[in-house]
Ligand binder design. Structure first.
Ligand code: RI2
Length: 319
């Protein structure tokens, strides 16, 4: 257990990520980077070793929140690998600069990705959506700015009904929305020209880890020949999968699925609430990143280029 106290603002960010007050892979990465920046800026450490140990403890606290979205460790790794120097002030300045650079890159990556994803959309197209993804919304916003008229079918996305967030934002972009329950997606795929989903992590073999229900949707979309596009900035690429690690699927509380009263009425049952699933590359047409559009099977080359030589866990304590 960490005995080092982290900054109260970082503690609050960690709690908000765990409670999903802060959610969405890119938004989590941005909030984590900002929290680490605050930790560095306001650290009272008096020696370089104490400063570095404090930063590692802060990163571990953030990592403890949710296990699946790789954007979180990728953001912490980016900053810790750029934190260096002989004095506390050097370390502080490099950590703050690293965090700011990371957040700027995240912002511009989403804009660049949106412009590429928008090219897939034609005027008059209907798009089917699952859950809520800021990377996906960036594609839609760019298409709307190009003057394309679109229609939307939005899956409710149980258990947390995050489709409602997508529906609201699509209305703000002037896109007419039809909201459907998850089980109706197959029927409505006949009306859709594309399925657009986000990602929490993308593995080296091109599998996409995303909100539960994505796999079922992708299999049905493939069967109907409806192209399925994944909008995922490169911060969603999981470098640990290059060396055979697997992505942990977060299991959330059963209270998101069933109330205590309902449970009592049913009797003795097990309730499971996995937040994510894994869609194999054969069901995905393209992964759209800020570096261009890739067939899922080729994403490994981009992953090697971006993460090839990096130390995997800079938040581990030094022996
Ligand atoms: P952006 C979300 O997870 C959804 O699964 C979404 O597709 C993914 O993060 C990516 O979101 P959650 O945090 O980074 O809502 O594109 O469980 O915003």
């Amino acid at each position: 257990m960490d005995e080092i106290e982290v900054h109260p603002a970082l503690e609050k960010t960690a709690a908000d990520i765990a409670d999903m007050e802060i959610r969405g892979a890119a938004t989590i990465a941005d909030a984590a980077a900002y929290a680490l920046e605050q930790q560095a800026a306001e650290s009272n450490a008096t020696t370089p070793a104490a400063f570095e140990e404090e930063m590692r403890a802060a990163a571990r606290r953030l990592l403890d929140t949710r296990p699946t979205a790789v954007s979180l460790p990728n953001s912490l790794r980016y900053i810790l690998q750029r934190t260096g120097g002989e004095t506390v002030e050097d370390l502080r300045a490099s950590a703050v600069a690293g965090a700011r650079e990371f957040r700027q890159r995240l912002d511009s990556a989403q804009d660049d990705l949106g412009a590429i994803g928008a090219n897939r959309l034609q005027d008059g197209d209907t798009v089917l959506f699952h859950c809520h993804s800021t990377d996906v919304m960036s594609c839609i916003q760019a298409a709307r700015e190009q003057g394309k008229s679109l229609s939307a079918i939005v899956k409710e996305t149980r258990p947390r009904k995050q489709g409602h967030i997508t529906a609201r934002q699509l209305r703000e972009l002037g896109v007419p929305v039809t909201l459907v329950v998850d089980g109706a997606a197959g029927r409505y795929l006949d009306r859709a020209d594309h399925v657009f989903v986000g990602a929490d992590s993308v593995t080296a073999d091109g599998s996409v880890v995303n909100k539960i229900g994505t796999r079922q949707l992708a299999v049905t979309a493939r069967e109907r020949d409806t192209p399925i596009v994944v909008a995922a900035q490169t911060v969603k690429l999981d470098p640990s999968t290059l060396s055979g690690h697997t992505v942990e699927i977060e299991m959330r509380d059963e209270s998101e699925v069933i109330s205590e009263r309902e449970r009592g009425e049913i009797g003795d049952i097990t309730v499971e609430n996995p937040a994510f699933d894994v869609t194999p590359p054969r069901y995905i047409d393209a992964i759209v990143t800020e570096r261009g559009q890739f067939p899922p099977e080729s994403i490994v080359f981009l992953m090697r280029e971006l993460f090839g030589e990096q130390s995997m866990q800079p938040w581990e304590s030094e022996a």
